[in-house]
Write a protein that binds this ligand. Structure first.
Ligand code: ASP
Length: 354
């Protein structure tokens, strides 16, 4: 078993059609599958709840542990994760809920006996109130939503799915924490130039973030997409962003836009998504954020990264210098991940907050 990896899971997927429900101000019982579900008013509700939860944690408010007391969250991660998995687990525990996972990790789940995802999801749905799913295949969280809806018609205790990353598709909760962090740092989203850099083709965080920025519909936002030609943002996403009256600038040269940028969102080249090693090797050093590069940015710019980082932020010495720069806010971004996920868990499980 030890040598098995997530790639060895076999997926047997039947045709299904599933559209995640729009939030429209009411989160309760809704699967969180795509940022398409969120409009500005929903995000404002979430920002308010995350801010309040952060304050309550800072003041050591013990009442937080009543918010999800008696609820159970299942963590089903078929791909590597540090931040998403741990921040969800921490979020649930801080809300007084419990967390379950397959003993010794999903490599020991029945999917490795050949069970299909829809059965694994429904088994988990029989035991948990909420399932956080990360899976290497695009569409996996849609499948979870579809089959949980079928299961929920038959069991007493309905279960909600939250995507923790859907192959190269979307990473909705990362985008929620990212947009919250931008809002929190800049006190608004209007009149910002936001620059996404790196592997915009395979990076699910940038797919979700670009769409969410469009859905927020702030005024006078410019979105700069900096990537080599082979790793450009999918055109379906750029077209959607443009349809929201956002100016989109695409370039493969960061120098074209860095001096104008308010938010720099750096990303890792997604090595594990390249079919061919040589293709990764050719491209991997194209965008490196170094202290020298950051010198060119505005004094009040912010530097974000969903993490993990590798050499795209230079050497370990470069990391230390970048980390010490007050414009680097990826640690705050990580911390916000827990507050936003707490807000989301309370909203989907309880409907209300406070
Ligand atoms: N942690 C993020 C993700 O799961 C970003 C990354 O892996 O590069 O997509």
């Amino acid at each position: 078993m030890a040598e098995q990896t997530s790639q060895s899971i076999s997926i047997s997927r039947h045709a299904f059609s599933y559209q995640p429900p729009a939030i429209q101000g009411d989160f309760q019982g809704k699967h969180i599958i795509s940022v398409d579900q969120f409009q500005r008013a929903d995000l404002d509700i979430l920002f308010q709840a995350a801010t309040a939860i952060r304050e309550r944690i800072r003041t050591q408010d013990r009442g937080l542990t009543e918010l999800c007391a008696g609820k159970v969250m299942a963590s089903l991660f078929f791909e590597a994760s540090t931040r998403t998995d741990m921040s969800f687990q921490a979020a649930m525990r801080r809300l007084g809920g419990d967390v379950i996972a397959v003993s010794n990790g999903v490599r020991f789940s029945s999917m490795y006996k050949g069970e299909n995802l829809s059965d694994t999801i429904r088994a988990t749905g029989c035991y948990a109130d909420v399932i956080v799913l990360r899976h290497p295949e695009i569409g996996s969280s849609y499948e979870a939503g579809y089959y949980l809806d079928l299961l929920n018609q038959r069991i007493d205790n309905p279960t909600v799915a939250i995507s923790g990353g859907d192959g190269i598709g979307e990473h909705p909760t990362q985008a929620l924490l990212d947009i919250f962090t931008i809002y929190d740092q800049k006190q608004a989203l209007d009149k910002l130039t936001i620059t996404l850099v790196g592997d915009l083709k395979h990076g699910r965080t940038v797919h979700s973030l670009a769409k969410l920025i469009a859905n927020y519909a702030a005024a006078e936002v410019r979105l700069c997409l900096v990537a080599p030609a082979s790793l450009r943002m999918p055109s379906a996403i750029t077209d959607l962003v443009k349809s929201h009256q956002i100016t989109v600038i695409e370039t493969d040269n960061l120098l074209d836009v860095i001096e104008e940028t308010d938010v720099i969102y750096w990303t890792r080249i997604q090595e594990e998504r390249f079919g061919e090693r040589a293709a990764y090797e050719r491209i991997k050093d194209r965008f490196i954020m170094t202290p020298r590069m950051l010198k060119l940015a505005k004094a009040d710019a912010i530097l974000m990264h969903p993490l993990p980082r590798k050499h795209e932020m230079g050497t370990r010495e470069d990391h230390d210098i970048l980390d010490a720069d007050p414009r680097s806010i990826y640690f705050e971004q990580m911390e916000n991940g827990m507050y936003v996920r707490m807000a989301l868990l309370v909203k989907v499980l309880r409907g209300v907050y406070v």
